[in-house]
Design a protein around this ligand. Structure first.
Ligand code: IPE
Ligand code: IPE
Ligand code: MG
Length: 261
């Protein structure tokens, strides 16, 4: 993607002591960065606030990550906002989250227009409450023509459900005789996932220190570099983003082969 370097440098002026833009190689920025945005509840709890205020504060971090991704020239940004398992939370928290998703998207649509961001959803949004679903569909249609960064938000997403859905769709075609079992290969399988058409993430960032995937992109993360930070999502900044990319660029990605370095 085209990057405005002057804008990027201005955006990263006044760095903290331990990290600056010059630490990263702009020619080797990942194409697709994915985030598991975790720790909103703990952030709120530490401040004696309700969990919902952690989610509200998390919106500011996500906005900063969207802007930073555009500045860095990242092609695809994806983020895990609500899992198929998150329905287990209290009705109150789920309801507040769904309302927050809707109001946030309405509020942020001008940013997507301004930055030429195309919105996409990973997960089954048909199961969401009407208010959220309708705003999401509006966001999809209003940004469909944007050809800058793709922002894929995972809502009601679970990787196992996604894989079962893909298997079912393939089985249907085989059953109907339009697809032969021998034609099923990795590319075909990947084309039946919500991420169809997107490159796999090179970098996954999880906040709040948890060392697990929590049913996120199990297929797509097969060779992704994982960066876990103790920073809680509402505290995550553009500087943490640079720290993650710096760590990624220091890794030796072998893909099962032997180091070329
Ligand atoms: C992540 O923060 C947001 C969602 C999963 C919706 P959490 O709400 O999981 O925060 P913690 O993990 O309880 O701190
Ligand atoms: C993962 O976080 C899901 C999202 C960030 C949306 P969780 O907080 O739900 O994950 P667990 O329960 O700690 O594994
Ligand atoms: Mg959590």
């Amino acid at each position: 993607m085209i990057r405005d370097e002057a804008k990027l440098r201005a955006y990263y002026a006044n760095p903290p002591e331990d990290v600056c833009l010059e630490d990263i190689d702009l020619d080797r920025v990942p194409r697709h960065v994915s985030f598991i945005m975790d720790g909103n509840g703990r952030w709120a709890q530490a401040k004696g606030l309700p969990r919902s205020s952690g989610h509200a504060a998390g919106v500011d971090s996500l906005r900063e990550v969207v802007t930073t991704s555009v500045r860095l020239g990242i092609d695809v940004l994806s983020a895990y906002a609500f899992s198929t398992e998150n329905w287990r939370r209290s009705q109150e928290e789920v309801g507040l989250l769904m309302h927050l998703f809707a109001t946030t998207l309405v509020h942020e649509l001008p940013l997507f227009h301004q930055e030429n961001v195309r919105l996409q959803f990973l997960g089954d949004i048909s199961e969401l409450p009407a208010e959220t679903r309708e705003v999401f569909l509006r966001g999809l249609s209003e940004t469909a023509d944007h050809d800058g960064m793709t922002f894929a938000l995972a809502v009601n997403y679970g990787s196992r459900a996604e894989l079962v859905r893909a298997a079912r769709s393939i089985a249907r075609d085989v059953g109907a005789g339009t697809l032969g079992a021998d034609q099923i290969d990795e590319d075909l399988f990947a084309s039946r996932l919500y991420t169809q058409g997107l490159p796999d993430p090179e970098l996954l960032v999880r906040t709040s220190g948890e060392l697990r995937l929590s049913n996120y992109l199990l297929w797509q993360l097969a060779y992704t570099e994982i960066f876990v930070t103790d920073v809680l999502w509402p505290d995550f900044t553009k500087w943490d983003y640079l720290r993650a990319i710096r760590a990624y660029q220091g890794r030796d990605r072998r893909f099962g082969g032997v180091s070329t370095a």
